[in-house]
Ligand binder design. Structure first.
Ligand SMILES: [Zn+2]
Length: 737
C-alpha cells in the first residue's frame, strides 16, 4: 500500500485518506483539493487505458476524479432499458472499473451525470417528461429531446439511476453537467409546468418573455425555487442511498449572467453547497483575472473554509473554435490555473476523451498540481486582506439587466474590477445582501450600476455610510425597485446629493452607444505646459479635487456616452461636467458646439461619490487608461489610507492578499501582455517594490517568495512591511510570517 491508505467500510461509503489520523474526522469534500477528469466519449470504452490513467492520477497528485457514469449516456450496464449505453460499451462496466481503481488508489470519486436531454426512443416512451413550446412541440437540441425539470424524469428516473450507481460503485458524490434544465430563453408549456405553476402561483404560464409582466416575473422566481428544490431533493436521494457524505453537487458557472440564464440562484445554492464544482474552463473577454475574481466572489457566499475545484481545460479552448483533441498552449492553460489559485480555486485538469494523439497536453497540469500540493496550507482557509468591497447582485442581473446583462450589469462590474487590478488595489466581491455582515472589514463599497435595489438593500447601504463607510455608486444605482420598475428618483438620492433625470425610461437603452463626447474637469487649470490660448477666454486657475489627480495637463477627458441634466443638491462638489456630442468627420466640423454645460459627470457628497457617467462600463469595454485612472482615483479617495497594499514597478499585475492566523499570503500574477488569446509565452516583470500593511498581531520578520525560492528581510515601519521582488515570470506567492 502506498502512503495513501484505503479503507472500505461496508456497502455505503468508501473513505480515502492521506493521513490515517484524519480518516474518521474529515469528510472527502473538505480534503480532496486536487481533481482530474477524463471526460470520455462513446468511443472510449474500447480504448481506455486504465493503467496509464492511474499513473497520470499519481503523477498529477489528484485526490479525486470525476468519472462519466450516466444520464445522456451510461458507461455501465444499467438495468434501466432507456438508459442509453455508450455505443462502444458492450457489456462492460467502465464506470465501475474506473471507480474501483480510483478507490484502490485512495481517490474520491464523483459520478458525472448529464440529465438535460435524451434520445428519441426515450421521448417516445415518456412524452410527459419533456419540455414543450407554446405549440406543444418538444424542445430539442440537435437530435436529442430536452427533459423537463418539473417532470418525473427529475423526480423519479434520475433518483433511480443515482441509487443504482450508488449501489453498484459507491461514488463519494455526483456532479451533473447541465442539471438545471431548459434555459431561461425558452418557456416550457408542458402539462407538468402548467399545473405546478398554477398550483404555486394561481396563474397560467406567461405567454411570452415580458419583464414588465408580473406573471413572467413570478415565473422567473418560481424557476429559481424549483432548481433549489432539485438541489435539495437530489441530496436527499444520494445521502439516503450512499450515506451522509454522499453529496449531489451539480455543476455551477462562475458567470452570474450564466447562472441567471440557467435559473441557478447563486446565493441559495452556494450557501447550501459543502463543496462547489465549478465549470468555468477558460478565460473570456475579461481576461485571466476573471478567475481570481470568480474565486473570491463565490467564496464570499460559499465560505472560505470550503473547496471549489474548477474544471481547467487542457485542450484548445478560448479562441473561436474548441479543439478537443489538441493541446492548449501551455502558457494559456497555466495562467488560467494560476489565477484560479489566486482566487482560492482548486485545480482540476480536464481532458475530453481517454485517448489523444497530441500527448503534449499531459505535461501542462503536472507542475502546477505539484505547486498546489506543496503550498496547500497557504491556499486554503484564508480571508481577503482588503478594505474595498465590489458589490454584485444576481437580482440586479435579472431585473435591471434583463436581456442585456452584458452591457447593463456585467461591464460596469468588470470596469471597476479591471481598474482596481491595474491600480493594485485589493478588493473583495460582496453580495448585496451581505453588506451588513461584511461591513466591519470594509472602508468603501462600490455599487457598479446596481439599478434594481430593494428597500432593505438600500437601507443596508445607508447604514454602511452612516457607520462611517464610503460609497461609490454609478449610473442607475437604486433607480429601480427589486422588480426592475423605475422609481421617480434614486432611492439613495439623499446620499448621492443628486436627483435622477426627468427621462429615466431612456436610461436602459442608451448604454451601448458611443459618440464623441467629453467630460470637462473643473476648475480648468493653467497647465505647466501651456497650450495656445482659445480666443479671448483665458483659462482659469484653481485647485482641483483629489479625485482628478494626474490630469493636471488636461481640462477634458474623453467620454463617449450621453448624460442628461440632473438636479444637484446644495453643497455637493461637481468635479466633472458633460460636453455634448459634436461631429468627428470631416475634421473641419470637429469643434465643440457647446464646450460647457452644468450637466454633472461626477458628484461628490461628503464620503459618497456618484458617477452618472458610465466610465465603469466603458472601461470594462474600451480600456481607456483615463477611465481606469479616474475609477482608481475614486476608489483611493473613498478608501482613504485603508488600502493595505502599494506596489511600484511596471506591468499589469493582479495582486491578491489574504490573511491567515499569523500570516499574510500574497499572490502576484503577471498579466502583462496577456491580451492576445491564446498567449504562448510569459514576459517577466520586475523589480517590484512592495509595501504591505500588517495585521496587528503579525510582527513579520521574514518574507518568503515561494516561486523564486528566496527569503528576504522586510523593512518594518509603522506596521507596514516593505520589500522587493526582483522578477515575476508568471506568478509569485509571497508569504509573510
Ligand atoms: Zn415543463
Amino acid at each position: 500500500m502506498t502512503r495513501r491508505n484505503f479503507i472500505a467500510t461496508g456497502s455505503a461509503a468508501l473513505f480515502f485518506v492521506r493521513d490515517p489520523a484524519l480518516a474518521d474526522s474529515t469528510p472527502w469534500y473538505r480534503r480532496a483539493c486536487r481533481w482530474g477528469q477524463t471526460n470520455i466519449t462513446e468511443k472510449d470504452p474500447v480504448r481506455y487505458d486504465i493503467a496509464w490513467w492511474r499513473d497520470y492520477w499519481k503523477r498529477t497528485y489528484v485526490q479525486g476524479v470525476i468519472i462519466n457514469a450516466g444520464g445522456i449516456v451510461a458507461y455501465y450496464p444499467s438495468k434501466f432499458p432507456l438508459h442509453h449505453r455508450a455505443e462502444f460499451l458492450g457489456d462492460r462496466d467502465l464506470f465501475g472499473e474506473l471507480s474501483e481503481a480510483a478507490h484502490q488508489d485512495g481517490l474520491a470519486v464523483l459520478a458525472r451525470m448529464d440529465s438535460n436531454r435524451v434520445a428519441e426512443n426515450f421521448y417516445r416512451s415518456h412524452p410527459d417528461w419533456f419540455t414543450r413550446n407554446a405549440s406543444g412541440d418538444p424542445y430539442r437540441a440537435d437530435d436529442k429531446y430536452i427533459t423537463c425539470v418539473n417532470s418525473g424524469y427529475y423526480d423519479e428516473y434520475i433518483p433511480d439511476v443515482m441509487r443504482e450507481i450508488i449501489q453498484r460503485s459507491h461514488p463519494e458524490g455526483f456532479t451533473d453537467n447541465s442539471w438545471s434544465g431548459l434555459a431561461r430563453e425558452s418557456i416550457c408549456y408542458c402539462d407538468n409546468c402548467a399545473r405546478k405553476f398554477r398550483d404555486g402561483t394561481g396563474h397560467a404560464l406567461p405567454k411570452k418573455h415580458d419583464w414588465s409582466d408580473s406573471t413572467y416575473r413570478e415565473w422567473i422566481q418560481w424557476n429559481y425555487a424549483r432548481r433549489v428544490a432539485i438541489w435539495d431533493q437530489n441530496n436527499r436521494v444520494t445521502k439516503a442511498a450512499g450515506g451522509p457524505d454522499c453529496l449531489w453537487i451539480g455543476m455551477n458557472s462562475g458567470s452570474i449572467t450564466g447562472q441567471s440564464r440557467s435559473f441557478r440562484d447563486c446565493k441559495a445554492i452556494w450557501e447550501r453547497a459543502e463543496i462547489l464544482i465549478l465549470d468555468h474552463q477558460a478565460r473570456g473577454a475579461a481576461g485571466f483575472q476573471e478567475n481570481a475574481d470568480t474565486g473570491k466572489l463565490i467564496h464570499g457566499i460559499l465560505g472560505w473554509d470550503k473547496l471549489m475545484p474548477e474544471s481547467m481545460a487542457m485542450y484548445g479552448t478560448g479562441g473561436r473554435t474548441n479543439f478537443r483533441m489538441a493541446n492548449k498552449p501551455p502558457a494559456e492553460a497555466r495562467m488560467w490555473m494560476i489565477e484560479g489559485f489566486a482566487g482560492g480555486i482548486q485545480p482540476w485538469w480536464h481532458h475530453v476523451a481517454a485517448y489523444h494523439e497530441d500527448r503534449r497536453m499531459y505535461k501542462t497540469a503536472e507542475p502546477l498540481m505539484r505547486f498546489y500540493k506543496d503550498n496547500e496550507r497557504y491556499l486554503l482557509n484564508r480571508r481577503p486582506w482588503a478594505t474595498v468591497g465590489l458589490v454584485w447582485s444576481q437580482r440586479n442581473t435579472d431585473f435591471y439587466g434583463q436581456d442585456n446583462t452584458a452591457e447593463l450589469t456585467d461591464l460596469p462590474y468588470r470596469g471597476f474590477m479591471q481598474a482596481m487590478i491595474r491600480a493594485r488595489i485589493p478588493y473583495t466581491p460582496i453580495h448585496i445582501d451581505n453588506i451588513a455582515p461584511e461591513a466591519r472589514n470594509l472602508k468603501a463599497l462600490i455599487l457598479p450600476a446596481i439599478g434594481a435595489m430593494s428597500e432593505p438593500q438600500c437601507a443596508a447601504v445607508r447604514r454602511f455610510v452612516d457607520g462611517g463607510g464610503s460609497l461609490i455608486a454609478t449610473g442607475p444605482t437604486s433607480l429601480y425597485n427589486e422588480w426592475g420598475d423605475a422609481r421617480t428618483d434614486f432611492r439613495l438620492a439623499d446620499l448621492f446629493g443628486v436627483h435622477a433625470p426627468a427621462n429615466v425610461s431612456a436610461e436602459r437603452k442608451s448604454t451601448p452607444q458611443s459618440q464623441q463626447t467629453y467630460l470637462r474637469l473643473s476648475p480648468e487649470l493653467r497647465a505647466s505646459v501651456p497650450g495656445p490660448k482659445a480666443g479671448d477666454e483665458p483659462a482659469p486657475i484653481g485647485q482641483r479635487h483629489a479625485v482628478l489627480r494626474g490630469f493636471e495637463e488636461t481640462d477634458i477627458l474623453p467620454y463617449g456616452g450621453v448624460l442628461e441634466p440632473m438636479r444637484v443638491d446644495a453643497g455637493v462638489i461637481v468635479p466633472m461636467t458633460f460636453v455634448p456630442p459634436f461631429p468627428a468627420y470631416p475634421p473641419e466640423t470637429a469643434w465643440m458646439r457647446q464646450p460647457k454645460t452644468d450637466i454633472p459627470g461626477l458628484v461628490l457628497n461628503k464620503r459618497v461619490a456618484y458617477l452618472p457617467a458610465d466610465l465603469d462600463r466603458r472601461y470594462g469595454r474600451e480600456n481607456l487608461p483615463d477611465h481606469g485612472d479616474l475609477l482608481a482615483n475614486l476608489v483611493r479617495w473613498a478608501a482613504g489610507d485603508s488600502v493595505p497594499l502599494e506596489v511600484r514597478g511596471p506591468g499589469l499585475l493582479d495582486c491578491n492578499v489574504y490573511v491567515q492566523p499569523g500570516r499574510l499570503v500574497m499572490h502576484i500574477v503577471n498579466l502583462s501582455n496577456t491580451g492576445r488569446i491564446p498567449i504562448d509565452e510569459y514576459l517577466p516583470v520586475g523589480p517590484l517594490s512592495i509595501r504591505l500593511k500588517l495585521p496587528k498581531d503579525l510582527p513579520s520578520r521574514r518574507v518568503r517568495l515561494v516561486v523564486s525560492g528566496v527569503t528576504v528581510t522586510p523593512k518594518i515601519q509603522d506596521a507596514w512591511a516593505t520589500f522587493k521582488v526582483d522578477s515575476v515570470v508568471d506568478h509569485e506567492l509571497v508569504i509573510l510570517e
